[in-house]
Design a protein around this ligand. Structure first.
Ligand SMILES: [Zn+2]
Length: 432
């Protein structure tokens, strides 16, 4: 893992310099293991066992003063920050296990319209409260456990003006670790095989869409991506990395950064969103590429949804502007666009033979995760969780098997010219 060491050193910087979390519960050795990209799924499980536990949380009060209360097995350190547009109050915690019921956070009360919680980064959990109007944190404290009462984190919100909110804003610490350029060189030198980065959508605090039966998009995307990675690797023709391999949030920009730092030859983002067209449910798979203007209303709505990921997780967007238009970037983009479209069409072609696809299955819109100007990128919507039948399919082994096989075939067709040149073609064609 070439860039694992970078993630590691950066992580150390972040933790040593950050006053955010004073009591990391994970031993240092475990932190080191976590920082390495490979094996993070297993490490994450260990982590969860040692994490402090939040047992329940609720809202109380009204539109004048709203209180957020969270029961804890033990007191923890926390840091509060705020973000505008939309108004959000963010509570950062050390990695915490949330033993909440399924509906926790869905209903608002008083000044809070909804809230969510989850893993934000390695060693870090987060709660994001959506405020219906500008608020100020009047009080925030930890109550120690008393007799049969658990420890509690209490947060009191009161109304304020937009001006006062903006003035008092305190942005959360960014959690993404940068990927440096040095890493990609070693990554590429090590292998002559094309490198594919598979990007499981959402994760951690951003659950993505929820099916009617409770299936979470972030889990569907991770399961599918893991299988796709394995199958691609089994061909012996590709190197494959994933942008996340556990239940952790990764900002959109970071996903692109990871793949670009590795000099990926192809970037595939995996999703399973919920979309409706008017009253009609949409069924089936589809593939999206980047375009300035959306190809249609469904693509536009999907891009808007997918692009909300950072807002959902309470990431400040100021540094997330698109790159400045530049003639060279523009040229690279045109070339990249051709390849992206070629892959999308090939993927649609293969998926069509494996499963149901939607009408006009190749569409385009301004997906931020597809913005790399020098890396062919496509976003695959496996099917729509809004549809009951699709939700069943998305969790079935047989369907996953068919769909990943189709995508491997699409990847083979995409890289065939290059594999022919490098002499790997005989094995590429003999196994099909
Ligand atoms: Zn999604």
């Amino acid at each position: 893992m070439q860039w694992g060491s970078d993630a590691l050193s950066h992580r150390n910087n972040r933790e040593s310099g950050a006053p955010v979390i004073r009591s990391i519960q994970v031993p240092i050795a475990a932190c080191l293991a976590l920082a390495l990209f490979t094996g993070a799924v297993r490490a994450a499980d260990t982590d969860a066992v040692q994490a402090p536990v939040a047992e329940a949380a609720r809202l109380a009060g009204d539109g004048v003063r709203t209180r957020f209360i969270m029961d804890l097995a033990e007191p923890v350190d926390f840091v509060i920050s705020t973000l505008a547009d939309p108004y959000r109050v963010i509570i950062d915690l050390p990695e915490t296990r949330f033993d909440f019921g399924e509906d926790a956070g869905k209903d608002g009360r008083g000044l809070v319209s909804a809230w969510r919680y989850g893993r934000f980064a390695r060693g870090k959990s987060r709660i994001v409260l959506d405020a219906v109007e500008p608020v100020t944190v009047d009080k925030s404290f930890i109550l120690p456990p008393v007799e049969d009462q658990p420890a509690r984190l209490v947060l009191d919100l009161v109304k304020t003006t937009r001006e006062a909110f903006l003035e008092g804003i305190s942005r959360p610490e960014p959690a993404s670790h940068a990927v440096t350029k040095g890493d990609k060189l070693t990554a590429k030198l090590a292998s002559s095989r094309p490198l594919i980065v598979v990007d499981p959508g959402h994760g951690g605090i951003d659950t993505g869409a929820t099916g009617r039966g409770g299936t979470l998009e972030k889990q569907v995307a991770l399961d599918f991506s893991s299988l796709l990675k394995r199958k691609l690797e089994e061909t012996g023709r590709y190197d494959v990395e994933m942008t996340r391999d556990g239940d952790v949030f990764v900002p959109l920009k970071k996903r692109v950064e990871i793949a670009r730092a590795l000099e990926a030859d192809l970037f595939i983002s995996v999703h399973a969103d919920s979309v409706r067209v008017g009253k009609n449910e949409v069924r089936g798979a589809s593939v999206y590429t980047l375009s300035e203007k959306a190809s249609d209303a469904v693509a536009a709505e999907l891009a808007e949804r997918e692009n909300r990921s950072d807002v959902i997780a309470g990431v400040h967007l100021e540094d997330e502007q698109s790159e400045v238009a530049d003639i060279l970037i523009d040229l690279a983009r045109r070339e990249t666009k051709k390849f992206s479209i070629f892959f999308a069409r090939t993927a649609v072609d293969e998926l069509r033979s494996a499963a149901r696809v939607i009408k006009n299955p190749h569409r385009s819109a301004g997906f931020r995760v597809l913005e790399a100007h020098d890396m062919p990128s496509a976003l695959v919507e496996l099917g729509y969780l809004s549809n009951r039948l699709d939700e069943k399919l998305l969790t079935s082994d047989e369907w996953r098997e068919r769909m990943t096989t189709a995508l491997v075939a699409a990847v083979d067709r995409f890289f065939r010219p290059r594999l022919v040149r490098s002499g790997v073609a005989s094995s590429a064609s003999s196994t099909q």
